[in-house]
Design a protein around this ligand. Structure first.
Ligand code: UDP
Ligand code: MG
Length: 326
């Protein structure tokens, strides 16, 4: 899929959608309207990430009505990262724009993105979130915690980064050629180092439906991001180990001295506290190592990232997210 046919459109817009039946058609019409006015050839690639709310019916209807829609339905919910990858794999455009289905990524910026690509010679145009006016909800606090921790641990600052991006075809091909299973789109694109322009935007309130990111999904994303970009947690364990050895030597010395000088303390509390502390640190360390081991296990299995149930128009033939298929 790396060779782009000569009939390829200028712009593919990839939209991952999980339970977006309420607002998807509106989003499709808005984006299509803007691109039509812009006068560039385009296609919309819609990926249904295992929705249970009639999203696929909305997509099928849109595909019947409009000639520029291509779509795939994943067999189950594989997550936004996998859905985006499926979309990138299907896309044929010379540029690919990835955006959310809920219009929180303002489609009005698309002409400016294309302009920066065409006249500025940028390979990536990255939408950068401006702080939202209005208070943070609990998910907002979790998010901030995640991104702060993430930038500390990985050195890649993603606090304002978003998945709203325009990518040149060669960036898309480079991304698709990455052999990793544990993908973190934002991070990988920032890491790839292609010439990037940033475009600030203020995310609007979600217009339809609800966000589908549960605490579990966010935690999973955080773990993927940290373990795929940073080995600092492993080094931290080593440092902790060293600190504990020093403390053990000091305490051991003191205990021995007390014992030999005949006034061994009735230090039951100390023993219990030490046991608890050391025990929990060992558990934590094992957990961190386990996380990395799990990633290695996933990479070694080389499982496809997603399976495709069906595609529209019917002639499409993309089946799995296996990198060998590319
Ligand atoms: N999404 C997806 N799979 C998921 C979760 C979300 O494809 O498991 C899509 C969702 O339909 C939307 C985009 O990812 O198009 C962003 O999701 P959402 O608006 O819920 O996230 P937020 O705006 O809170 O980042
Ligand atoms: Mg949203």
């Amino acid at each position: 899929m790396s060779a782009v046919p000569s009939t390829c459109p200028i712009c593919s817009v990839v939209i991952p959608a999980h339970c977006e039946a309420a607002g998807l058609r509106h989003a499709v019409d808005t984006v299509a309207g803007i691109l039509t006015r812009q006068g560039v050839s385009f296609e919309l690639v819609l990926i249904d990430d295992g929705s249970a709310d009639g999203t696929w019916e909305v997509i099928s209807q849109a595909c019947n009505d409009l000639p520029f829609i291509r779509a795939a339905r994943l067999t189950r919910r594989f997550g936004k990262e996998a859905a985006m990858r499926a979309g990138l794999q299907m896309s044929r455009g010379r540029t690919v724009i990835v955006m959310d289905a809920d219009l929180q990524h303002p489609p009005a910026l698309i002409p400016e993105m294309l302009r920066l690509w065409e006249t500025g010679g940028f390979d990536v145009v990255a939408g950068v979130k401006q702080p939202q006016v209005g208070g943070a909800k609990s998910a907002g606090i979790m998010r901030r915690l995640f991104f702060t921790l993430n930038s500390k641990l990985t050195g890649v600052d993603l606090r304002e980064a978003s998945d709203f991006k325009l990518l040149d075809r060669r960036v898309v091909n480079a991304y698709l050629a990455l052999p990793e299973r544990n993908l973190f789109f934002r991070g990988m694109i920032a890491w790839s180092g292609y010439k990037t322009a940033t475009l600030p935007f203020t995310p609007d309130e979600r217009q339809h439906g609800e966000t589908q990111w549960s605490f579990r999904h966010l935690t999973k994303l955080a773990l993927t991001s940290i373990t795929s970009f940073s080995s600092i947690p492993l080094h931290l364990i080593t440092s902790l180990g060293v600190a504990f050895i020093i403390a053990a030597v000091l305490l051991g010395g003191q205990t021995l001295y007390n014992k030999l000088s005949g006034n061994a303390v009735s230090g039951f509390t100390t023993v219990i506290l030490l046991l608890l502390m050391i025990g929990s640190v060992i558990m934590l360390a094992l957990g961190v190592i386990g996380e990395y081991l799990a990633r290695i296990y996933e990479e070694v299995k080389r499982r496809p990232l997603f399976f495709i149930q069906e595609t529209l128009p019917k002639s499409e033939n993309v089946e799995t997210g296996d990198v060998h298929d590319l």
